[in-house]
Design a binder for this molecule. Structure first.
Ligand code: HEC
Length: 151
């Protein structure tokens, strides 16, 4: 019984983490193929050029990664597009609009709206912990993106 719960938590944690990857074509294949041995975030932990992603994928295939040619092509496109050499610009959480919040921080529309409403009522946020006070916000998900948030 205990193990069932532990396993459940493990699966949930895995899913929650997979959610941190930006949406886009190739994400599903990346999670499926690259999430088998380590977290898919580890796969996306680097920012590098397409040719370097090609080398990484070749290395993973030698280590035993399995997928079709189409899947590896989709993964290469996904990683090159979302995890290229230049890290995305951070977003100022006190100035960000709906679009910034949704694209840079991958927030849901309803949550982005809640954050802006809270900011208008209470004034600027001063730290990551302040964001915890916004009702309905997925704080852990935002926390995972803290390197992209400035105040
Ligand atoms: C069969 C198991 C397996 C699969 C599937 C797998 N990896 Fe890995 N991955 C590893 C191992 C083992 C390491 C650690 C290698 C090391 O330390 O040299 C690793 C490490 C990494 C690293 C850290 C940097 C490095 O080069 O060591 C990255 C990035 C990475 N994998 C990306 C991916 C991507 C992208 C995919 C999907 C195409 C993927 N992995 C699928 C086994 C796997």
């Amino acid at each position: 019984m205990k193990w069932v719960i532990v396993f459940g938590l493990f699966v949930c944690a895995g899913l929650a983490r997979a959610d941190v990857l930006p949406d886009g074509p190739g994400k599903a294949a990346t999670v499926r193929v690259c999430g088998r041995c380590h977290s898919p975030e580890r796969a996306a932990s680097m920012h590098q050029r397409r040719s370097a992603w090609e080398d990484t994928i070749t290395k993973m295939i030698k280590l035993g990664a399995q997928g079709s040619d189409e899947e590896f092509e989709a993964i290469l496109n996904y990683l090159s597009k979302n995890f290229g050499p230049e890290a995305p610009a951070p977003v100022n959480i006190n100035k960000a609009n709906m679009i910034d919040l949704q694209t840079t921080l991958a927030m849901r529309r309803s949550q982005a709206r809640a954050l802006i409403a809270y900011r208008e009522e209470h004034g600027d946020f001063h730290s990551l912990a302040d964001l915890r006070n916004v009702p309905g916000i997925d704080f852990e998900k935002l926390e995972a993106k803290k390197s992209r948030i400035i105040f």
